[in-house]
Design a protein around this ligand. Structure first.
Ligand code: FAD
Length: 430
């Protein structure tokens, strides 16, 4: 009893900030509950993947804790904020039964709706095709997902950076400079491209720079573009091994950013130079009384799904598992869908010793082949995109008929067959 009282006293008065916080709180001091040491499930990362899996696990009665380094969930926003509509998601992942429901977004989080994607080649040729998307307020959306989990009983430990996971599932984290740890029967890595949990399994992404798209984005006001169209610009000067985007959020505000891979770039130009070149040269005519509202940078893992996404008491989801569409960089739909699959797989595993391989079988069935195809598309693009002339020729030859499926994680047979020969010819003569 004395020990319990002392521990409570210690937590309440000396460990400032080490409290489980209500997810909407932006304060460092909690009016929540104090930390216990052992959990059924510890989820690292309170992004869409982490909050989705936590909600299901808490709902199923598991004592669940979510740890995130951010003090406020979803802030800063490191995202273009585009989520395909459920109908569009069905076109992207036709085999998935879970996806359309998993990615449903309540209208109160939607700031704009777009109807098309416009591709712009290095020499300015335009290719447009229909693509319905919701542009969301990502910070509020992430906070909403977390509050759904919290309402089911999941606890959130914010402002805490997980440093290590031991083989016995002890998670060591720092909070306000001090080091602490908790134990869990099961750990979920939902901690993004730099996943510490994946690293503890020896399978994370970071070692291969070709798999990482470095991105930088401005949120800008005073942007005069068609608010119903998302633009994707290609060119080695703009985004080597990737593309630059203009995603209208409504009210002349847009997310303007780019993703590039150093393995494809010919020079070592800073990311900011690329983005400024795009904003103030390529799309300068669209800016009127503009303002840069905020700037964020982050990594997008584009090497495709990890070969194995689970071990006996650990599982990876979202970006940590490489669940990103390599041909367009989108990862929210697969993070949400993977979170649902993981939630039920872990629950069955903990309740009935159900094999965890079920998780991997299921996500591969739902969206795995599309993610693999997207990696093949990116590899073909890699052999073309270092040359702007080749990119222009290939985009013109492909036309909307073939460019549309390529962006949608599909590889039409004629493109697959033609690509190797065509790339060889182009690289030889141009
Ligand atoms: C610039 C940019 C634009 C993008 N635009 C889009 C888009 O428009 N549409 C789309 O579908 N996808 C987009 N993506 C990709 C998308 O953001 C991700 O795929 C998606 O957020 C993945 O969700 P997640 O839950 O797996 O990871 P995240 O959302 O990255 O969440 C991971 C969480 O883990 C936490 N974390 C990480 N490490 C630790 C640690 N050691 N300890 C504690 N917490 C930790 C982080 O703070 C974070 O909150 C974009 C990505 C970037 C970088």
């Amino acid at each position: 009893m004395v020990e319990v009282t002392l521990r409570l006293f210690f937590f309440l008065f000396f460990k400032k900030g080490l409290y489980l916080r209500p997810v909407h709180s932006s304060r460092m001091v909690s009016d929540g509950f104090s930390l216990t040491e052992s959990y059924d499930v510890a989820v690292v990362g309170a992004g869409p993947a982490g909050s989705t899996v936590s909600k299901i696990l808490a709902e199923q009665g598991f004592n669940t804790i979510v740890i995130d380094r951010k003090s406020r969930i979803g802030v800063p926003v490191q995202c273009g904020e585009l989520i395909p509509t459920p109908t569009e998601a069905h076109r992207l992942f036709p085999k998935s039964k879970i996806m359309p429901q998993a990615i449903h977004v309540h209208s109160k989080f939607i700031t704009n709706k777009t109807r098309a994607i416009r591709l712009i080649s290095p020499n300015g040729s335009v290719f447009e095709f229909p693509f319905e998307a919701n542009i969301v307020d990502r910070a509020r959306f992430d906070q909403h997902l977390a509050s759904l989990a919290e309402n089911e009983g999941a606890r959130f430990l914010l402002g805490s950076i997980v440093k290590r996971r031991s083989s016995t599932n002890e998670l060591t984290f720092t909070n306000d400079g001090s080091e602490n740890s908790i134990k869990a029967k099961f750990v979920v890595g939902a901690d993004g491209a730099h996943s510490i949990v994946a690293k503890s399994l020896g399978v994370n992404y970071i070692h291969n720079v070709a798999n990482l798209s470095q991105s930088l984005q401005y949120v800008m006001s005073g942007v005069d573009v068609d608010p119903t169209v998302v633009e994707m610009h290609f060119g080695s000067e703009i985004a080597p091994g990737g593309y630059a985007w203009v995603i209208p959020k409504g009210d002349r505000v847009a997310n303007i950013g780019f993703g590039m891979r150093r393995s494809i770039a010919k020079d070592n130009v800073p990311l900011r130079t690329y983005l400024d070149r795009f904003v103030f040269k390529t799309i300068a005519s669209s800016l009127k009384n503009f303002k840069i509202v905020s700037r964020v940078g982050a990594i997008i893992p584009v090497g495709g799904p990890l070969k194995k996404t689970w071990s006996k008491d650990v599982l990876l989801i979202g970006d940590a598992a490489g669940h990103v569409m390599a041909s367009n960089g989108g990862g929210i739909p697969t993070a949400l869908c993977g979170g649902v699959i993981a939630g039920y797989a872990i629950s069955k595993h903990l309740n009935m010793d159900y094999p965890l391989s079920e998780y991997e079988n299921k996500w591969r069935l739902e969206f795995g082949s599309e993610l693999d195809t997207a990696v093949r598309v990116l590899k073909i693009a890699d052999s073309v995109m270092p040359s702007d002339t080749n990119t222009d020729i290939c985009m013109r030859l492909a036309g909307v008929k073939f460019l549309e499926p390529l962006i949608r994680c599909q590889l039409p047979l004629p493109v697959d067959l033609a690509s190797k020969t065509l790339v060889k010819i182009l690289n030889r003569f141009l």
